[in-house]
Ligand binder design. Structure first.
Ligand code: NAD
Ligand code: UD1
Length: 336
């Protein structure tokens, strides 16, 4: 039986791009997703991009019997675990749902993996675990903190994975801390299509440029940054996807608990993002400065030396690529 990579949450934004990278690199891929925040049409689109589709199982990571059957019926060499809920404000309103889905789901997945003796996992953590960092750039050994259940769920899962690694029962574990993934696949066939009003900046910009929203609200221009608006480390989702392949290679060669930042190492402000979007697409993005958003920090960007050094990986695409690809995808969403 040929061995496959199981991708939980594989029809989602980052998962789908990682599936494309895995398929293009020759891996066999099984996607497990309950479609709570994605659409199964992604599977056919992956077929268009890569010339072959991943296997797809519609199901939930909290379903023990489904997982046990999956691991019995397929030979899985590693799991890349994206499945989870990710909206910060929703997590404040529905903490139990977040802990059940993210933490409970991961425990169920890990238990099934242990039973099946599948002991390589790459987990989607987040720069949110750094809270409000004392300085930038942020290295992996900065203290962790959180201010909401979403962030807490990421920290708890990181801790569970560390404990599992400490058991010395041959686990290989990657904890990848993503900065701000944006953009879309260059094919224009997959991307991020948030349900309802977007929380994140880039989809808000593309929807405003498309006329679906009136203007972008800039959440504060009184931060201690050069232009007063918040600074983040935006990373193209295809670069991020490639980071998973590099981590998989690394874990195949090293039995380790790997914890790395995946970012570009460069920060961009909200105004810079809007300006770059306008220049690279020729579209106007009306905006208005409003008050700060609760829970926001001034600036956050990654020190990427560890990922460069250990994984031989770095992000190659710039802000213009991110804007152009996000816009191409937005236009496709308008047509579909
Ligand atoms: P996404 O919502 O597009 O993808 C997540 C996928 O998981 C969705 O397809 C959803 O249907 C599925 N899912 C959710 N709960 C599930 C469950 N119980 N069982 C099976 N499938 C389930 O989100 P994304 O942006 O692709 O994020 C992927 C992962 O990366 C998440 O864990 C997220 O917290 C993490 N992350 C995302 C960002 C970001 O800015 N997008 C930043 C840091 C970390
Ligand atoms: C947010 C989450 C974070 C999560 C990340 C990725 C909050 C407080 N933080 O991070 O936990 O890991 O998304 O999903 O929700 N901005 C505007 N106007 C907008 C939207 C955003 O000015 O309409 C600004 C923000 O103030 C920030 C920057 O744009 O300075 C990026 O915001 P966003 O895309 O939401 O990402 P984060 O705040 O970094």
């Amino acid at each position: 039986m040929v061995s496959s990579i199981l991708v939980t949450g594989g029809t989602g934004f980052i998962g789908s791009h990682t599936c494309a990278a895995l398929l293009n690199a020759g891996y066999d891929v099984i996607v497990l997703d309950n479609l709570s925040n994605s659409d199964s049409s992604v599977i056919q689109r992956l077929g268009q991009i890569c010339g072959r589709e991943p296997s797809f199982i519609k199901g939930d990571i909290r379903d023990t019997s489904l997982l046990n059957t999956l691991f019995q019926e397929h030979s899985v060499s590693a799991v890349i675990h994206f499945a989870g809920l990710k909206a910060v404000s929703e997590s404040v309103d529905k903490p139990l749902m977040y802990y059940q889905n993210n933490v409970g789901g991961t425990l169920t997945l890990l238990t099934a993996m242990q039973l099946a003796n599948v002991k390589t996992i790459i987990f989607s953590s987040s720069a949110t675990v750094y809270g409000d960092p004392v300085s930038v750039p942020i290295t992996e050994n900065f203290p962790r903190s959180c201010t909401n259940p979403y962030g807490a769920s990421k920290m708890m899962i990181e801790d569970i994975l560390a404990d599992l690694y400490t058991t010395k029962s041959n686990w290989r574990i990657g904890r990848l801390r993503y900065f701000n993934p944006v953009g879309a696949h260059a094919s224009g066939l997959i991307g991020e299509n948030p349900i309802g009003i977007p929380n994140n900046l880039m989809p808000f910009i593309t929807q405003t440029a498309a006329g679906l929203r009136q203007e972008v609200s800039i959440f504060g221009n009184d931060y201690d940054t050069p232009d007063g608006t918040g600074i983040r480390d935006y990373i193209h989702v295809e670069d991020l996807a490639n980071g998973h392949l590099a981590a998989l290679d690394y874990l195949n060669q090293n039995r380790e608990l790997l914890t790395v930042n995946l970012g570009t190492g460069q920060g961009a402000s909200v105004l810079e993002m809007i300006n770059t979007f306008e220049h690279s697409t020729g579209c106007q993005v009306p905006y208005r400065v409003v008050g700060r958003r609760q829970g926001d920090i001034a600036e956050c960007w990654a020190d990427t030396k560890l990922a460069n050094h250990l994984l031989g990986w770095q992000a190659n695409r710039g802000l213009e690529d991110m804007c152009r690809d996000a816009w191409r995808w937005q236009l496709r969403c308008l047509r579909d």
